[in-house]
Design a protein around this ligand. Sequence first.
Ligand code: GTR
Length: 328
Amino acid sequence: MAYFKSALVALAAGTMLGTSAYGCEITLRSSDTHPPGYPTVTAVQHMGELLEERSGGRLCIEVFDSAQLGEEVDSIEQTQLGVIDMDRVSLGPFNNIIPETAVFSLPYIFRSVDHMHAVLDGEIGQEILGTFSDHQLVGLAYYDAGARSFYNRTHPITSIDDIEGMSFRVMQSDVFVDMVNALGGNATPMPYGEVYSAIQTGVIDGAENNWPSYESSGHYEVAGYYTLDQHLMVPEVLVMSQITWNSLTDEDRELIRQAALDSVPYEREQWAAREAASEEIVRAAGVEIVTDIDKTPFIEAMGPVYEAHANTPELRDLVARIQAVETE
Ligand code: GTR
């Protein structure tokens, strides 16, 4: 009797919450390097809410933020092995594994956020998502990550000449190593979580990232010069383990695909708001920001990076097709 009663209470509570009284049958564990409240974290949580609602509470997502499940390169491996079900990462760490992703990571490949959206939302975006299936992964969706710019602890960068000899942390991708070297700097690939202390202790002079990452990581506290050269616009990507995917029914896969796609506009909205909020925090902290910088020499220096990473007829064709995508 007591059991019956508590089951009824649970049923009522579950209904109120819009979830099943019997709880989640499948909980997908999803990794993210960012802290709670960061747009990529809240977007995957939002996807989880959609999924729970649409599956009658059967399918749930638990987001492990702040790199609890490992730094990005490791979390990708764990996802390929099926230890982690879902991973929200930058496309950058995929460059050395999937050459096609390197094209989206080329400096200045996207002319604007609108151009990037047009490419990602169109057939080229789908094509690149499809390449993950050769690597034990399923590509689900792209998220926004704004533009990345250089910051450092020693002096304002007002022209390309100021980069000469400086050391910058980059994501673990050869594209970004070559990019910094082509600008006259020295690149040090390292996991995101190690950057703060590497700058603080002077192991490196600086790094590069977008406003929300520069702010939420606290890097602005130790690297107080930020130059808006906007050399990269690397999309974020949400992937699922092929092993997990194979264990699901067609119907559940469709629910997951759709919920992932429906979380994209949500993330873009959150992103825009967070970009503005992070900029405000950083400015209020007294960071010296160089906005007026001639990007032409930066763009011109990237020839060797394109040659090295768009190095097959297929990849060169991909670059040309991206450049040919028009925006209104
Ligand atoms: C952020 C991105 C992360 C991570 C980080 C990095 O902008 O959202 O996924 O790649 O940059 O620089 O490692």
